[in-house]
Write a protein that binds this ligand. Sequence first.
Ligand code: SF4
Length: 112
Amino acid sequence: MVLDDTACIVRAASRLLKFYRTESCGKCTPYGEGTYWMAGILERIESGAGTYADLDRLPDIADNVSGNCLCPLGDASLPFMLSAMKHFRAEFIQHIEEHRCPMAASLASSAR
Ligand code: SF4
């Protein structure tokens, strides 16, 4: 996935969380549960079914993962998503308010 100005930052965060979820060795409950829930919420926002409450849930879940895992993979799963939410918050909100991925529309129109 190329992260240029046509990329959906929500999709990028969702894919990365899914990657981390599949890498779990299963020893830490905060990691297994946290990546499961965060990936699901990101997928929901990307699909246009997210809510403003989801924007509060993600950092709450991340707080429960941070520092509570047996290996560095736990903390490594968080910075991209948290940074994306901080620096591209408007894009997250756009997904919620328009009930769709705004980048999908721009990609479709540029392909014509
Ligand atoms: S954080 Fe590390 S030890 Fe914990 S479940 Fe993930 S891979 Fe396993």
